[in-house]
Design a protein around this ligand. Structure first.
Ligand code: 13P
Length: 310
């Protein structure tokens, strides 16, 4: 049986935590215990299969959450290049447990619909906060739905770095939901924030800003993608245990905002330098419902391998 994972959220509460037999502590859990003056070796052990937090058993991938592997092509690929990718992906016909989603530049959405049918869903890389109106250059949810889009990435760190605020991200999440798209909400910390021990605070704040006040029943339509900003495009990732820690934290925050049922049904993905080499280790993590993939999703062969690993 897999050894239970104990994350920072499990040991942060009041009272002395009791660890399940054979538990593996994540690095952040060890940090929290150290700050509380508790030595992990001296804590009581219980034969329970997994610690139960407000978010439910931490080691379980919630069965109700969908599995997704999402390609974010960013500002790459013309229509011709996108069609060549779709052809190659079709030839490879990857099999896996996850639903593939391809988010090309807006300009390739129309052309990609037919060749991706049965292979992948379509998503957009952004969506307007407005339903329609005098907003030059904005593409609204209803325009995207008309083209067959089911998803829209919202709050990607590259857009946040270009000035997108939490308030705008919140408005876009709502516009996407209103218009019939499932938002893929990106959250994640910078290198300095991680070094300063602020990862969980940053992620909580971003989630709260985007999700607070939504009907709990609607929340699972939002896919959360944890993308540490320092890992994007750098060929480096957090360790699998560090990722598991933040994914569990995300689920805990969603639980506090919308309840356990919503948290259990919400897909939480990892993104940031996912490749065909590390996909199995990252996507097999407890609580990981898939991946948001940049660079490696540009090559059909690599994307197919990631799908197979999911
Ligand atoms: P990379 O996979 O290239 O690191 O990009 C991740 C990303 O930003 C996906 O949205």
């Amino acid at each position: 049986m897999a050894r239970p994972l104990v994350t920072a959220d499990d040991v942060a509460g009041p009272g002395e935590p009791v660890l399940p037999e054979g538990a593996i502590l994540t690095p952040m859990a060890r940090d929290v215990l150290r700050r509380r003056g508790l030595a992990p070796e001296l804590l009581r052990r219980a034969p329970a299969p997994a610690p139960v937090t407000a978010a439910g058993p931490v080691a379980a991938t919630p069965p109700a959450a969908r599995r997704l592997v999402v390609a974010n092509w960013k500002s790459y690929k013309t229509v011709a290049e996108a069609l060549a990718f779709a052809r190659e992906l079709g030839e490879r016909a990857p099999r896996g447990r996850a639903q593939a989603v391809v988010c090309p530049p807006f300009t390739a959405l129309v052309a990609l619909g037919p060749p991706l049918r049965g292979l992948a869903e379509l998503g957009a890389q952004d969506v307007s906060a407005h339903d329609e109106g005098p907003h030059t250059g904005e593409v609204a949810a209803r325009h995207l739905v008309e083209l067959g889009c089911r998803f829209a990435i919202v709050g990607h760190s590259e857009r946040r770095a270009a000035g997108e605020t939490d308030a705008l991200v919140r408005a876009k999440v709502r516009a996407a939901l209103r218009g019939g798209l499932d938002p893929i909400l990106c959250v994640g910390e910078t290198k300095d924030e991680r070094k300063g021990g602020r990862t969980q605070v940053v992620v909580s704040d971003q989630l709260r800003a985007a999700l607070e006040g939504l009907e709990p029943a609607v929340v699972p339509r939002v896919v959360v993608a944890y993308e540490p900003r320092w890992a994007i495009g750098q060929g480096v990732t957090p360790t699998p245990l560090e990722v598991a820690d933040v994914l569990a934290h995300v689920r805990g925050v969603v639980d506090r905002l919308a309840g356990a049922a919503a948290a259990g049904a919400t897909a939480v993905l990892y993104g940031g330098s996912v490749s065909e080499k590390n996909a199995a280790a990252l996507l097999g993590l407890p609580g990981c419902a898939g991946a948001l993939v940049g660079g490696a999703s540009l090559k059909a062969a690599a994307f197919a391998q990631i799908l197979e690993a999911a």
